[in-house]
Design a protein around this ligand. Structure first.
Ligand SMILES: Cc1cc2nc3c(=O)[nH]c(=O)nc-3n(C[C@H](O)[C@H](O)[C@H](O)COP(=O)(O)O)c2cc1C
Length: 318
């Protein structure tokens, strides 16, 4: 369930996901102005000082008339930026703190103390249960086919198992949602909100190189490879970039956030999810949001009328 204070500021129940090396202030601000939660990973700024500048800039460019923004934090013992970045989140009262890898009660208490919300990325029910134990406000179910560190669970199966676990908190579905009809389908299937990543890579405001944007536009789901060989945990990549850069016989790595924040890795191997087929051109983020909002209305109508079908009790048919 989406709390009123968040619902009132959204055009539809959607957020633009944090995207490494892709999301910066322009994408966040344009998304929020369109009524989507805009977000970015704190590691997109190379230093805490740079992060502070972004937080000041985003705060100055947005008001309460817009959707709130979110920042994403990697909670892991190997992340040297965890403590300084979280301190900045508290100082600047980041409205939505998105955590990945880990979460503690101490962190959620600190964010709740200033009225912020905490969403946690989960790829398994076990991760979601841990996050709820830490008192998060929302669970982002990162399902099969998502860009970045995707899960492996089918979204219908994941929503079915997570809905009772998440209860009255916010259940957000992520993974290959690239248009409003898919968003409406996710809501019909039990999500409260959706998170869209890949389809915002080919936007004008995205910081991705134009070649990466064009590759997303030109690709289909067949071009997406899911592998743990690049970063140590499973993630989705555009096959074209793996062919170009893959070095054979490299030993498989263990997971280490210090390696994760090595931008070279993600600069060489471009990530995208199976929803790439939903992108057909490079457009302004606000235009994309507007297109998704219109299409969401179409999707809700399809869900309501079952595209020509209405459920009927067996008796009605006698
Ligand atoms: C290019 C790209 C970069 C991403 N970077 C991150 C990241 O830094 N941290 C993170 O938690 N998720 C990251 N993700 C995953 C997204 O936050 C989100 O879960 C995912 O994009 C949703 O699925 P979709 O891409 O199919 O819409 C990334 C995804 C993409 C496509």
């Amino acid at each position: 369930m989406i709390p009123e204070k968040l619902r009132n500021r959204l055009s539809m129940p959607a957020m633009v996901a944090p995207l490494f090396l892709v999301s910066g202030p322009d994408l966040v601000v344009e998304s929020c102005k369109a009524g989507f939660v805009g977000s970015f990973p704190t590691l997109n700024q190379r230093t805490p000082e740079g992060l502070e500048q972004w937080l000041v800039e985003i705060r100055n460019r947005l008001s309460n008339a817009h959707a709130p923004f979110g920042a994403q934090f990697g909670i892991h013992r190997t992340n040297p930026r965890q403590a300084p970045d979280l301190a900045l989140a508290i100082k600047y009262e980041v409205p939505i703190v998105i955590t990945t890898l880990g979460i503690t009660r101490e962190i959620t208490d600190a964010i709740h103390a200033y009225g912020g919300l905490v969403f946690h990325d989960a790829t398994t029910v076990k991760h979601a249960v841990k996050a709820i134990d830490a008192n998060v406000d929302g669970v982002i179910a990162v399902s099969q086919g998502a860009g970045g560190h995707a899960g492996t669970i089918n979204p219908f199966a994941f929503l079915t198992e997570l809905r009772p676990v998440v209860g009255d908190r916010i259940l957000i579905l992520a993974g290959a949602i690239s248009n409003g009809r898919s968003a409406a389908g996710a809501i019909a299937a039990g999500a409260d909100m959706v998170s869209l990543g890949t389809c915002f890579v080919p936007t004008i405001e995205s910081m991705a190189p134009v070649e990466q944007k064009q590759m997303v536009v030109d690709s289909t789901a067949d071009d997406i490879i899911y592998t743990d060989e690049i970063s140590g945990i499973g993630a989705s990549f555009l096959a074209q970039t793996l062919k170009k850069f893959r070095k054979t016989n490299e030993p498989k790595k263990g997971f280490d956030v210090a390696e994760e924040i090595n931008p070279k890795l993600w600069r060489d191997y471009w990530s995208a999810g199976q929803g790439v087929g939903g992108s057909s051109e490079i457009i302004p983020a606000r235009a994309l949001c507007e297109r998704i909002i219109e299409d969401y209305a179409v999707g809700l109508t399809r869900a309501e009328f079952g595209a020509g079908w209405r459920a009927s009790a067996p008796n009605d048919r006698s």
